[in-house]
Design a protein around this ligand. Structure first.
Ligand code: NAP
Ligand code: HSE
Length: 419
């Protein structure tokens, strides 16, 4: 009998407890031993819950319980979860977590501490999709050339509903929260931070890049309006939040932001809470992973798979698939050197000379325009919509700053990268 302690019995933790109970016979056959949840930990013991397990509100009573073999951390957050997980490892307990925020900041220290103790985190990236397994194990013969995809279910659900049904941003965020997709603090989702946490985990496995969220380019979907969606449609694009890691020479660029994607591209068709990640290896070519990226059962499916894996296997690989230091010499690419095409929307006064001044400013900043449209707004204003040729991130940021100071520019310019 293997005893599990589940620290955090909320959306994901409740599903983990239920899957272990409902699929018990099959899970025991696959794991080679019976797995039972000995204790669950919650913050509020007075909340009504539909669960048949012993509950307490002290995570340390689980990590210090000599009968517990595996600690499953599903409480979320960074600092407290880090202390709890460190205590579990100090006590020699195997750990399973779905906490990408924790790993985005502490994955290397945890790998160092865990050494031979099993430490698994499949659910931390792309919910129910076994992307960690695929990247760390299935593609281990390859140099990874790129990782690109939809890594946040909440944003994809929101963008899909906004594009297809015209639902307002706030209403659809509330819906995503009610469905258990969003983080406890949903600004992590809509601000792009959650996808960035996931990208950093994948970036470590693929490239050994040891970066913190603050070091990479992160933007969310908060600035995308129905107006942008309508224009995207008119140009033949959809808008999605993507995470991108790409190796070029001895650099790896890493970024998360909303993207205009041609509507006939495969990734443009991944809708709702589904995630889709493309990984290109030098030997295998492009591989694609698709499935539910958030929600209790989908995420718990990956958590329980990790528990089963720990129970049935003897010898473990290091947590990130390699021992530090990883001698590949790759470094993070300067975000200002990233090259992309850009969509720009400028609300300007509709008067002579405006377009010429903007064109001159573009020229001064090495920005070349591929397409341009003008749409009138409220009589005396116009929206100018530009699609640029490839330009450098640093140049586009500088031109936006310059545009913001011009007196005929009537609103903050909107920029979305074209992928
Ligand atoms: P959740 O519904 O908010 O559940 C969190 C649980 O942890 C709750 O049971 C809460 O207790 C408990 N908890 C929090 N702080 C605690 C503390 N200090 N002491 C004791 N208990 C505490 O969150 P979730 O959606 O299940 O997410 C859990 C983790 O999985 C997070 O790291 C999240 O990023 C990750 N994840 C979530 C999803 C998803 O789709 N939801 C997908 C992938 C990964 P109460 O019940 O009393 O509040
Ligand atoms: N809030 C996250 C998302 C949960 O929406 O993708 C899954 O990691």
């Amino acid at each position: 009998m293997i005893n599990v302690g589940v620290i955090g019995v909320g959306t994901v933790g409740t599903s983990v407890v239920k899957i272990l109970e409902q699929n018990k016979t099959m899970i025991t056959a696959r794991a080679g031993d019976e797995i039972r949840v000995k204790t669950g930990v919650v913050r509020n013991l007075n909340k009504k819950r539909d669960l048949n397990i012993a509950l307490c509100n002290d995570p340390y009573s689980v990590v210090n319980d000599p009968e517990i073999d595996i600690v499953v951390e599903l409480m979320g957050g960074v600092d407290e979860a880090f202390e709890v997980v460190k205590s579990a490892l100090k006590n020699g307990k195997a750990v399973v977590t779905a906490n990408k925020a924790l790993l985005a900041y502490h994955r290397y220290e945890l790998q160092e501490m865990a050494k031979d103790i099993p430490f698994e985190y499949e659910a931390s990236v792309a919910g129910g999709i076994p992307i960690i397994n695929a990247l760390r194990d299935g593609l281990s013969a390859n140099h990874i050339q790129s990782i690109q995809g939809i890594m946040n279910g909440t944003c994809n659900y929101m963008m899909t509903k906004m594009m297809n049904e015209g639902v307002a941003f706030d209403a659809i965020l509330k819906e995503a929260q009610e469905l258990g997709y969003a983080e406890a603090d949903p600004t992590f989702d809509i601000g792009g931070f959650d996808a960035a946490h996931k990208l950093l985990i994948l970036g470590s496995i693929a490239y050994g890049i040891d970066a913190k969220p603050e070091e990479i380019l992160i933007e969310g979907i908060e600035h995308v309006t129905q107006e942008d969606i309508a224009f995207a449609r008119e140009f033949g694009y959809v808008i999605k939040l993507l995470g991108i890691a790409k190796k070029e020479g001895d650099e790896v660029e890493m970024r998360v932001h909303a993207c205009l994607i041609r509507k006939d591209a495969m990734i443009a068709k991944i809708d709702g809470v589904m995630n889709g990640v493309s990984v290109v290896g030098d030997k295998v070519g492009e591989t694609l992973y698709y499935g539910p990226g958030a929600g209790g059962d989908a995420t718990a499916s990956a958590v329980v798979a990790n528990i089963i894996d720990i129970v049935r296997s003897g010898k473990r690989a290091p947590m990130l698939g390699f021992d530090k230091p990883l001698e590949r010499g790759l470094k993070l690419k300067d975000k200002n050197a990233i090259v992309s095409k850009y969509y720009l929307r400028l609300k300007v006064e509709d008067k002579p000379g405006v377009l010429a001044k903007i064109a001159a400013l573009f020229g001064d900043h090495n920005i070349s325009v591929e397409t341009m449209l003008q749409r009138p707004v409220d009589g005396s204003y116009a929206n100018l919509l530009f699609a640029t040729h490839e330009a450098k991130e640093g140049d586009i940021q500088r031109v936006i700053t310059a545009l913001e100071t011009l007196d005929f520019v009537a609103a903050k310019p909107v920029m979305i990268r074209i992928v």
